[in-house]
Design a protein around this ligand. Sequence first.
Ligand code: SD4
Length: 362
Amino acid sequence: MTFRRHCIKEAAEQVIKLKQHLPVQTLGCRTDRCGTTIRRDKIMWGMIATWRMAAEGVEKGAHMLAEGQNAGDAIETAIREVEDFPYYKSVGYGGLPNEEMEVELDAAYMDGDTLDIGAVAAVKDYANPVSIARRLSREKVNSMLVGEGAEKFAHKEGFERKNMLTDRAKAHYRNRVKEQRELELKPYSGHDTVGMVCLDSAGKVTAATSTSGLFMKKKGRVGDSPIAGSGFYADSKVGGASATGLGEDLMKGCISYEIVRLMKEGMHPQEACETAVNRLDAELKARRGEAGDLSLIAMNKDGEWGVATNIEGFSFAVVTEEKETQVYLVERQEDGHCTYAPASEEWMEEYMRTRMAPVVEK
Ligand code: SD4
């Protein structure tokens, strides 16, 4: 069987399994794809992340996990890979600016063993906000810093300074200013925060995020990504979750914590993601008439994973000890269930082509 056909078959089997909402496994046991409980004497490692852009980072992290490295180092390396790639418009270098044409970055890191959390918000001119966040997670107090305070800390700790505003991002900004004037566009559009959950073979779960937030946001605006429980959560006794979408709405449901809470109550990650997303989506629509974009990924302590979204076009990347890195596209069914299938080679090529195409100024 070709690799692609193998992936499609695996994805189809996952869908069947998810529809059955298999019960959560007990420690040291997993359920294989046929539903048979198998005992394991070692914990499976794995990593899941929002959007296709995370795939290369996830691949790097997977190599580290396969060598027995820990989930903290693997997730930081994986996120840095995304932050460093200039063609991704909403993370790290090349991220899109705020209203005042400044790139203000948010990032966070959580250690699921100790529940340590570190976060930075609205930080400018530092290459890898996730590393600053991780460093902050070791502080007992002052572990979330914003703006100038975060930059001062980063400087003192010797983090790499970098002008994060690229010429491409400036061109996008100028185009958007014109579009807003001419088409009366809302400033917010397009978003691709990278959020990851990682499990290592010692059973440690971590979660981390990094983003430039909403394009054309107000100076000082902070989204869900650096906010524990909303943009991310990790508990090695249960698993972790991370979010992407409209921060203002994701925060209304503390949705990453909610998913971990549901997994703790016994839900499979897929069921937990769908339950949390569908509930929040419904609440927002009932109370406010509309719901912003909500897309979530999760992995439990046994390496099982799930995703859910209320939008079209959500993609994610996942790797486990048993299965190499794969990008999937999610499809939300009318009843709120989310199914997914491997992204085709054509889709992958088109994705990179559009990301790297020259920006034509209007
Ligand atoms: C924010 N949630 O700042 C982020 C944006 C995002 O995918 O996720 N984009 O609100």
